[in-house]
Design a protein. Structure first.
Length: 309
């Protein structure tokens, strides 16, 4: 009897299995050389990595929206004042800085009342600083998400940025009230606030992505970031104007994109003047370049995050 013959329990050769009266054909598999194989390699630090990452991020945009709403709900959960805290923080800082820089010492404001002068700069600065502080800690706060399921990791820090922007919009109501109180008239130049905020958001995302990725490996970043941001605020025209910076240091001073963006925000919002276009263009280019580099680095470091977190 051939070696490959089928034998029943009684030792009698078994019949071949039949399908619709015909002998069943053995399953045929394509040779290994004919199969399409997809090899997944770590992304390289390149522009292609950025483009591919943005496409994937777009497909997960619903998750970004859901996590952003989740951030807001968790932040103000079981809070008596709730969303009012988004306006209380800049209002309290405005009161403190007004007492110091309008009564204890004098700061040039270009004729604007100091409360509205400082509040117009505190709004974008608090959006910038709070978004970075929260997003840097975001990845290490949810290790279960990183190790058990796949999604673009940048969604976590970006969700903090989106939640911070909602806080910015809430606090803007106080700025509108101050403008009414001090009779500051709006002009069409206020529309420049839109691109200024867009570039500020881009630079905020760049810092958030860069340092949140580094923080996964080196937890010193999260400890140092609040202190760095405190120093950074006094190196930015928030409590004083750009005119107070000596002219010989101003070129070096404006290498920080937040300096040009915040100064232009105050310029178009409360002074009704067009922005300084050279300053705005330089800040815009630097912000977008920073975001591209930071996003490429983040996607490169993303592959090892689940292993080291």
């Amino acid at each position: 009897m051939p070696e490959d013959a089928r034998v029943s329990v009684l030792g009698v050769p078994a019949e071949e299995p039949r399908l619709n009266g015909e002998p069943a054909q053995p399953e045929r598999r394509p040779p290994a050389s004919a199969r399409r194989l997809k090899i997944i390699r770590p992304p390289h630090f390149s522009l292609l990595t950025v483009v591919t990452g943005l496409r994937t991020l777009y497909r997960y945009s619903d998750l970004l929206y859901t996590l952003s709403i989740f951030r807001l709900n968790v932040r103000y959960k079981q809070s008596v004042l709730g969303w009012a805290w988004a306006a209380i923080q800049p209002s309290a800082l405005m009161a403190i800085y007004t007492f110091i820089f309008a009564h204890v010492t004098k700061v040039q404001t270009g004729g604007a009342p100091y409360p509205i002068f400082v509040f117009a700069a505190l709004l974008p600065w608090i959006f910038f600083s709070s978004s970075i502080t929260n997003s840097v800690q975001g990845l290490v706060a949810y290790p279960g998400l990183l190790t058990k399921m796949y999604f673009p990791r940048e969604i976590i820090p970006l969700s903090y940025l989106a939640a911070g922007f909602i806080d910015f919009l809430i606090a803007s109501v106080i700025l509108a009230g101050l403008m009414v109180h001090y009779r500051v008239a709006l002009t069409w130049n206020v529309l420049w606030v839109i691109p200024i905020l867009a570039f500020l958001s881009a630079f905020t995302a760049a810092i958030s992505l860069l340092f949140s990725a580094i923080h996964v490996r080196f937890r010193d970043v999260g400890l140092a970031m609040p202190f760095v941001l405190q120093i950074w605020m006094f190196a930015t025209p928030v409590v004083y104007s750009l005119a107070a910076v000596p002219a010989r240091y101003r070129t070096l001073y404006l290498l920080d994109p937040t300096a040009g963006l915040i100064e232009n925000f105050r310029r178009v919002a409360i002074y009704g003047q067009p922005p300084n276009f050279s300053m705005l263009a330089f800040s815009a280019v630097l912000s977008m370049a920073s975001l591209t580099v930071a996003y490429a680095y983040f996607k490169t470091a993303e592959t090892a995050m689940a292993d080291v977190i």
